[in-house]
Write a protein that binds this ligand. Structure first.
Ligand SMILES: [Cu+2]
Length: 365
């Protein structure tokens, strides 16, 4: 009985404590916290928190340098091969031939001048010399032709099946771009004007965008380490899409498609200009390419509302892969950054080559 009584007291005390605990705990329990607001799905991974480009250009890489006459550092396999061809074969050969001809001329001028040779020689034939001056140039040309044809072949090699397709469309005087493998979305790239040239509310160029006359409001984003299939065409006159650091220059001809391929080997920002005299503002239609990792590229495609060619939405691929270099900027609150870095939205046409949006994107020009 005593035991039962004790047991009862302990049980009652336990229940009371539990009840007290509950009573004390209940008011302290916070209401279910609302889920943390997810970052907007369209946040652009190319932009830093303030809407400026997240990836900064590096001086001397992908851009010309004042006072320099050599070829830009190359970041594609074909570019490195062509640079080797220029530096190791063509340039030494040209130098040797020029110096040799100059010395020959100097020798003739001095040795056979009137004072030294008053009576002209009657020599008209020399078999050894004639064989040499025919045979040597033939051998030199053959020596150039072999690597040259190999390089030409590599430059026009069709892109493999896993390539990312970029369609560049020339317009007077800006470029528009489509990504046919990624849902066919389109972006428009206009040159950024200098601060003193812009109208009210217009975005001016900063050093983060790139050098004067080369920076664009929207950059062409491409993955590095992945083959790129470049297709060019034009809406009006012949333009030419060129990036010196890629060893790429491909005419954009109205009514035609030109194609080539390249693989960017390093991340970075690379600049080029239209390389076909195309009209009054030919000098003001630059090209800016931002090469990012495939994961960041997938993020960007997702931000543009595109898809990845595997059939999976870009969002799924982007989520499955870690974010490298520009990821830090992306995670650091880019959710508040404007979706588009441009002063103007890209036109909504899906076939830019046949439907010129009457200068769309050519704001203020
Ligand atoms: Cu042009």
């Amino acid at each position: 009985m005593r035991i039962m009584g004790l047991k009862g007291i302990v049980l009652a005390a336990g229940l009371a404590l539990a009840g007290l605990g509950q009573a004390v705990a209940a008011p302290a329990a916070p209401p279910a916290a609302p889920a943390v607001a997810a970052a907007p799905a369209k946040a652009d991974p190319m932009l830093a928190m303030d809407g400026a480009p997240a990836m900064l250009p590096v001086a001397g890489i992908g851009m010309p340098v004042d006072g320099k006459v050599t070829i830009q550092p190359q970041v594609t396999p074909n570019g490195r091969r062509a640079l080797w061809f220029h530096d190791v074969i063509l340039f030494p050969l040209i130098t040797i031939i020029c110096v040799f001809v100059l010395l020959l001329l100097a020798w003739v001028v001095v040795r056979y001048r009137r004072a030294a040779q008053p009576v002209a020689t009657k020599t008209s034939h020399n078999t050894i010399l004639e064989v040499l001056w025919t045979g040597l140039p033939v051998l030199i040309l053959l020596g150039i032709a072999l690597p040259s044809i190999g390089l030409l072949n590599a430059q026009y090699k069709p892109a493999p099946d896993n390539a990312v397709t970029l369609k560049a469309i020339g317009n007077q005087w800006y470029w528009s771009y489509q990504y046919p493998d990624n849902g066919g979305f389109e972006i428009t790239a206009n040159m950024l004007k200098e601060p003193k040239e812009v109208g009210k509310g217009e975005r001016a160029r900063t050093d983060a965008d790139g050098p004067r006359l080369l920076a664009t409001d929207n950059r062409v984003v491409l993955p590095y380490g992945v083959p790129i299939r470049l297709i060019t065409t034009s809406n009006d006159v012949i333009h030419s899409w060129a990036i010196p650091a890629f060893w790429i220059k491909l005419d954009a001809v109205p009514g035609r498609l030109n194609e080539t391929s390249f693989t960017i080997e390093k991340p970075g920002v690379y600049f080029g200009v239209c390389s076909e005299l195309c009209g009054a503002r030919h000098g003001y239609m630059p090209i800016t390419v931002e090469a990012v990792s495939p994961a960041v590229f997938a993020q960007w495609v997702k931000a543009k509302g595109g898809t990845m060619p595997t059939g999976k939405p870009a969002a799924a691929i982007a989520a499955a892969q870690p974010l490298p270099e520009t990821g830090a900027a992306f995670e650091a609150g880019n959710s508040t950054a404007p979706v588009d870095n441009a002063t103007e939205q890209a036109p909504t046409v899906t076939q830019g080559a046949t439907a010129n949006p009457a200068g769309a994107g050519n704001a203020g020009q």
